[in-house]
Design a protein around this ligand. Structure first.
Ligand SMILES: [Zn+2]
Length: 901
């Protein structure tokens, strides 16, 4: 009997060591991998595990099968099947997207760990906020805690591989035996966000099956669908203020679970780039982070070179300056953002790819096939690449990452604790010690915007109960106080401070500046007086600004103090007569600024004013200052089909502020007779920085490209439909825009779209030029001077100079004789006028117009070289656009020949 038992145990041991394998997987994966060196022993096989379904068991195909992409519902169907079969898998809810799709995170660990998930969650919460923990207590928590290592894929919908790979990863983590997998399951809690942008994933997969599945070469490619998610396409990775619901849900999840590592999987460069946090680095983040990043990326390179996989590199691409990328929610909160870019074909077809750029194309460093110290085994210049190659690289990388993370789990936890502790400590030892957003600012709605974004980020904000006296000055009771001796104090500093760019010679991957006070035109005072840490405050959960109405009388003067809620009020009361005063006047002690509205006092008006946080004064009679009706225009917003992203930000802002508009495309423009339908057409920044790219848009390759909804492709045709998105408005469209303006319409162009009227002759007197190649301005905040303060677009702006985000729009030139009447705002263009971030070659913008208003027949063209609606950030500038819409037919005679109609 004893002997028999031993035999059985031995057999079981052998079974453990030799887990049954899926021979079809091994054979097919070998076939789909285009070169023998593009695979590793980690992913060349797939074990069978009794009762635990592999992706193929549920979906009918292996991950990496050519010409197979998986819709969101099927991804979730797989994870749910895995969860119900394995006690090592648990699905956590994370919210609902714009279009109503489910957001989930899949947790995988050993059975015991998952059973005690709430305990581990509590441990990480304590390490994330270690206030009150002694060093010994912290040590004890580190000893018992387990780090969450969270993978995220599918933020960018054209980057199709990660959501596929993650299913296979989940299966291996749940089902594969062996020391590596035991160590990972024992020491880590792996979390997987299967797809960060579910709406875009479904739209892209539909598009792939409709248009891309038969593509054989790069030259064949039709590009992507006009939309991914609802509004902002690729910029879902630049949504620094978390405007988008889907992205906001991920931040909420992060702040609930505190994963010390978040690893965001992207696709672009060959064959795999693993982020190491290069310069320019934000110096406010912890030095430990900057040591951790190359530690891990170098380990992955080491392992992958060991497997003989070429083309892995970890420097010379993305830097650590801007905090606005989605995955930076982790670094920003004392965790660690990791990132891959794996090579992909924008679908699931196997294709020959030319990887080395043509000589002379692209900036220096664009060639990713050269040998460098950080790329000792470079990618090949030409390669046949497959979806399975992509899976092999990424999965080998993440398994190597999990190998080192599970081997050093306690180090990672200790680091997480130390980064959190250091953030609190540096806020009490190094100036600045805090920020004050003073109460009593003319428009508190923009103060509330900042405070509520800080709150969303988990930053503590307090309200002072009484007057606060600091070296920097006295601030009234009710002022908002941000103390930096808190776990996310460093993030508060990063968001609120002026960005001092560390080295003029360094380029950065995205924006150089984002200072919230400058962007929002709200006063934010940096405080170096340590006494701020002792100011008694009431914690603020969400800051709401109640409106106020003083006095009694049948007429209300609603103060124009720059609030973006004013345009909302106008639209909410669209059936009510509104007038605007053209000059300031006084009512008692209250100064009523130019641009303030006059409306009849009704219960509905009063309640909207209060809801919107506006200020009004009741008058018994109309003031004796000039005034005009505030009519609402019939408004359209033009979008190309090929470049909807920046239009999406304006759509988002208009929707948020309840501005009503039609979204129109080339089809409506070409139809003509625009003036019969519209008073104002806004052309947001779009295209590839040239007027031609707006006019001719998506190139036709001889066959129509259809973006319409159908039973087979239900996610297409959203936000606009076209039976052929190619060709652009063409010259005939330009003629229609010209007719529109000449017959009394107002054409408003933002940012690079202002090249269009200048270069296609809608404004024959205005030239649009480009800066020299030496000029470099990655979104700094610069000063602009208002040259015509009485123009209605500046209602609510009381300063002569204002901060604007530099948009790299055209350098406009207006004939000398017309400048006085046509230039509304200009750039001083001095070193001193760069307020935050980097502008190299500032003299090139010296005295250039920032906004011009040019008559055209009976109408006019209002050209912004700035972009007053940039990524839900520069809300201080937005009012210029709102005013331009509300006062479209009220331009002073001196600055235009347009007549009110
Ligand atoms: Zn990406």
């Amino acid at each position: 009997m004893k002997k028999t038992l031993l035999v059985i145990l031995a057999a079981a041991g052998a079974a453990l060591a030799q887990q049954a394998q899926d021979p079809d997987f091994a054979r097919l994966v070998k076939e789909w991998t285009t070169r023998p060196e593009f695979i590793s022993p980690l992913v060349d096989h797939l074990p069978k595990a009794n009762g635990i379904p592999s992706p193929k068991d549920v979906l009918g195909y292996y991950v990496g099968t050519p010409k197979k992409l998986t819709h969101v519902a099927d991804l979730l169907r797989y994870y749910r099947a895995l969860e119900s079969a394995s006690k090592r898998v648990k699905i956590l809810p994370a919210g609902t997207t714009d279009e109503g799709r489910e957001q989930v995170v899949v947790a995988i660990s050993d059975q015991d760990t998952l059973r005690n998930l709430e305990t581990y969650k509590g441990d990480l919460a304590k390490l994330a906020d270690p206030r009150g923990l002694s060093a010994d207590q912290a040590k004890q928590i580190v000893a018992q805690a387990k780090p969450i290592y969270m993978f995220t894929g599918g933020l960018h919908s054209a980057e199709t591989g990660p959501p596929e790979m993650l299913m296979e990863l989940a299966y291996r983590l749940a089902a594969e035996d062996g020391p590596l997998f035991d160590q990972i399951r024992r020491n880590l809690i792996v979390m997987i966000a299967p797809v960060l942008e579910p709406d875009g994933r479904d739209r892209y997969v539909d598009w792939y099956y409709r248009h891309k599945i038969n593509e054989e070469t790069e030259a064949d490619s039709v590009g992507g669908p006009p939309y991914w998610g609802k509004y902002i396409y690729h910029d879902n990775n630049r949504d620094i203020n978390y405007s988008q619901i889907t992205m906001r849900n991920w931040l909420k999840f992060y702040l609930e679970w505190h994963p010390p590592i978040m690893h965001d999987l992207h696709e672009s460069v060959p064959f795999m780039y693993t982020f190491s946090g290069q310069a320019p680095q934000n110096p406010t983040l912890d030095p430990i982070l900057y040591a951790e990043l190359p530690w891990l990326s170098n380990f992955e390179m080491t392992k992958m070179f060991g497997y003989g996989m070429p083309g892995v590199w970890d420097h010379g691409y993305v830097d650590m300056w801007s905090p606005g990328y989605l995955g930076f929610m982790s670094s920003n909160h004392n965790g660690m953002l990791r990132m891959y870019e794996t090579f992909g074909n924008g679908g699931a077809n196997t294709m020959k790819r030319i990887v080395a750029p043509e000589p002379g194309s692209g900036p220096p460093g664009a060639n990713q096939t050269t040998r460098e110290w950080y790329r000792p085994l470079p990618p090949y210049k030409e390669v046949v690449w497959s979806m399975r190659n992509n899976t092999n690289y990424m999965e080998t990388g993440v398994l190597s990452a999990l190998e080192i993370a599970s081997g050093y789990a306690k180090t990672l936890l200790q680091n997480f604790y130390e980064k959190s502790r250091n953030s609190i400590q540096s806020g009490s030892t190094e100036a600045p010690f805090g920020y004050v957003l003073p109460a009593g600012q003319p428009d508190m709605t923009r103060v509330a915007f900042i405070v509520n974004i800080l709150r969303l980020q988990g930053i503590e904000v307090g309200r002072a109960n009484s007057e606060v006296k600091l070296k920097e000055g006295a601030f009234p009771a009710g002022s908002l106080i941000v103390k930096l001796n808190q776990p996310y104090g460093r993030l508060a500093k990063i968001l609120l401070e002026k960005q001092v760019y560390p080295d003029q010679n360094l380029r950065t991957y995205d924006d150089a500046a984002w200072t919230m006070g400058l962007m929002s035109y709200a006063e934010v005072q940096e405080i170096s007086d340590k006494a701020i840490l002792e100011v008694p405050v009431q914690p603020v959960d969400t800051l709401s600004v109640p409106g106020s109405i003083q006095g009694t009388g049948s007429l209300l003067a609603v103060l124009h103090n720059g609030s973006n809620s004013l345009v909302t009020l106008r639209y909410r009361l669209r059936d009510v007569k509104f007038e605007a005063v053209e000059q300031p006047f006084k009512s008692g002690d209250t100064e009523i600024p130019a641009g303030s509205f006059l409306i009849q006092s009704t219960p509905r008006a009063r309640s909207e004013i209060e809801n919107l946080g506006l200020k009004a004064v009741a008058l018994s009679a109309a003031p004796s200052v000039p005034r005009h009706d505030v009519d609402l225009p019939r408004l359209a917003m033009f979008s190309t089909w090929g470049s909807t992203q920046d239009v999406g930000w304006v759509r988002y802002a208009f929707d948020h502020f309840e501005i009503k508009y039609d979204l129109i495309y080339k089809e409506r423009i070409r139809q003509g007779n625009l003036r019969a339908s519209y008073d104002v057409i806004v052309i947001p920044n779009q295209g590839r920085g040239s007027a031609k790219s707006i006019v001719f848009d998506v190139a036709s390759k001889g066959k129509p490209i259809d973006y319409t909804k159908s039973a087979e492709f239900p996610s297409l045709g959203a936000y606009g439909e076209s039976s052929d998105i190619t060709g652009g408005m063409g010259l005939e469209g330009v003629v229609e825009l010209d007719k529109f303006a000449k017959s009394g319409g107002v054409l408003i162009t933002l940012g690079a779209s202002s090249f269009l009227p200048a270069e296609f002759g809608l404004t024959t007197t205005i030239d649009a030029q480009r800066a020299s190649p030496q000029f470099y301005a990655p979104g700094p905040i610069v000063e602009a001077e208002i040259t015509q303060p009485s123009n209605p677009i500046f209602y609510g702006y009381s300063q002569k100079t204002v901060p604007v985000r530099y948009a790299n729009g055209p350098l406009l030139r207006v004939p000398q004789d017309d400048r006085k009447k046509e230039v509304l705002m200009r750039f001083p263009g001095t070193e001193k006028s760069v307020l935050s971030g980097l502008m190299r070659g500032v003299a090139e913008i010296r005295d250039r117009p920032a906004i011009v208003d040019v008559p055209s027949g009976r109408g006019r063209v209002l050209m912004f070289s700035t972009n007053p609606c940039y990524r839900w950030q520069n809300l201080g500038e937005f009012n210029m656009l709102a005013n331009a819409i509300l006062h479209f037919n009220d331009v002073p005679k001196s600055s235009s020949s347009a007549t009110a109609e």
